[in-house]
Design a protein around this ligand. Structure first.
Ligand code: NAD
Length: 261
C-alpha cells in the first residue's frame, strides 16, 4: 500500500479485462477513485467497479474507444464529472493481430497502430493538457511490452506500435519533466490474460512460452499491477522516461541460459 495514492483519481483504459482489470483492482485496494474504461465488455467493467468499491475505493465505468479523440474526451469527462480531478492516466488498452507481414491488410495495420500507439498519444495528450492547465504534476503510465525491444515475427504491427510507445514515452517524459509530469512505460512479458487465452490453452505453446522465461513461469496480471501502483506512487518520484520490464527475465536473452552460445 502507498499512502499517497489514497483518494487520487486515476484513469485506466481497457480496464475490464486482463492487466487493466488487475490495475483497477489494485488501485481500488489503494483506495483511489478509478475511472474504468472499457470498449466492449460492460459487465466485466461493472464487476470491476464493484470490486473497487468493496476495497474502499470509488469507481465509475465509461465506454469509449481509445483510438478516438472523442473517446479520450469522454474518459476525462467521466473523471471530472464524478471525481472532480485527474492525477494518473494509465494507457493500458491494447490488441494484436497475428499474420505474416506480407499478408497484413492496411486496415489491420491501421487498427493495431491506432489502438496501441495512437491511443497512447491521444490519452497522454488529453491528460497533459489537463495537468498543464491546472498547474499540477501528473503521472502517465503507458502499457508497452517486451516487444518494444524484442522483434516478433508475424506481429510486426504490434511490435512497431510498442517500439513507438517506448520512444513516445521517453520523448514526452523529457518534454514535460520541468512541469513535474512523470511519464513511464511498463513492459510486461508473458502474462496470463485473455489476450493469451487461446495460446496458453495449447500445452505445447504454453510450454514453449515458459521456456523463453528465465524464471520459468508465466506472469500474473497482479504482478504487473504492482508495478503500476509503484509508478503511480511517490515512491517512484525520481523515475521518468523509463520502461519497467515485468517479464521474469524474458528480455535477458534467455537463449544464452546455462552458458549456451
Ligand atoms: P486483454 O485483451 O486481456 O485486455 C485488453 C483490454 O484493452 C481489453 O479490456 C480491451 O477491451 C481493451 N481495448 C482494446 N481495444 C480498445 C479500444 N479501442 N478502446 C478501449 N479499450 C480497448 O489484454 P492484456 O493482456 O490485459 O493487455 C493489456 C495491455 O498489456 C495491452 O496494451 C497489451 O499490449 C499489453 N501487454 C500484454 C501482455 C500479456 O502477455 N498479456 C504482454 C505485453 C504487453
Amino acid at each position: 500500500m502507498y499512502q499517497d495514492l489514497k483518494n487520487k483519481v486515476a484513469v485506466v483504459t481497457g480496464g475490464s479485462k486482463g492487466i487493466g482489470n488487475a490495475i483497477v483492482k489494485r488501485f481500488g485496494q489503494e483506495q483511489m477513485s478509478v475511472v474504468i474504461n472499457y470498449n466492449g465488455d460492460q459487465e466485466s467493467a461493472q464487476k470491476a467497479a464493484v470490486d473497487v468499491k468493496v476495497s474502499g475505493g470509488k469507481a465509475v465505468v465509461v465506454k469509449a474507444d481509445v483510438a478516438t479523440e472523442e473517446g479520450n474526451a469522454a474518459i476525462l469527462k467521466a473523471a471530472l464529472d464524478n471525481f472532480g480531478d485527474l492525477d494518473i492516466w494509465v494507457n493500458n488498452a491494447g490488441m494484436e493481430i497475428k499474420k505474416p507481414t506480407h499478408e497484413v491488410s492496411l486496415a489491420d495495420w491501421n487498427k493495431v497502430i491506432s489502438v496501441n500507439q495512437t491511443g497512447v498519444f491521444l490519452g497522454s495528450k488529453i491528460a497533459i493538457n489537463y495537468f498543464k492547465s491546472h498547474h499540477k504534476p501528473g503521472n502517465i503510465i503507458n502499457m508497452s511490452s517486451v516487444h518494444e525491444k524484442i522483434p516478433w515475427p508475424t506481429f510486426a504491427s504490434y511490435a512497431s506500435a510498442k517500439g513507438g510507445v517506448k520512444l513516445f514515452t521517453e520523448t514526452i517524459a523529457m518534454e514535460y519533466a520541468k512541469e513535474g509530469i512523470r511519464v513511464n512505460a511498463i513492459g510486461p512479458g508473458a502474462i496470463n490474460t485473455p489476450i493469451n487465452a487461446k495460446k496458453f490453452a495449447d500445452k505445447q505453446q504454453y510450454d514453449q512460452t515458459v521456456s523463453m522465461v528465465p524464471m520459468n513461469r508465466i506472469g500474473k496480471p497482479e504482478e504487473v499491477a504492482a508495478g503500476a501502483a509503484w509508478l503511480a506512487s511517490s515512491e517512484s518520484s525520481y523515475v521518468t522516461g523509463t520502461t519497467l520490464f515485468i517479464d521474469g527475465g524474458m528480455t535477458l536473452y534467455p537463449a544464452f541460459m546455462d552458458g549456451k552460445g
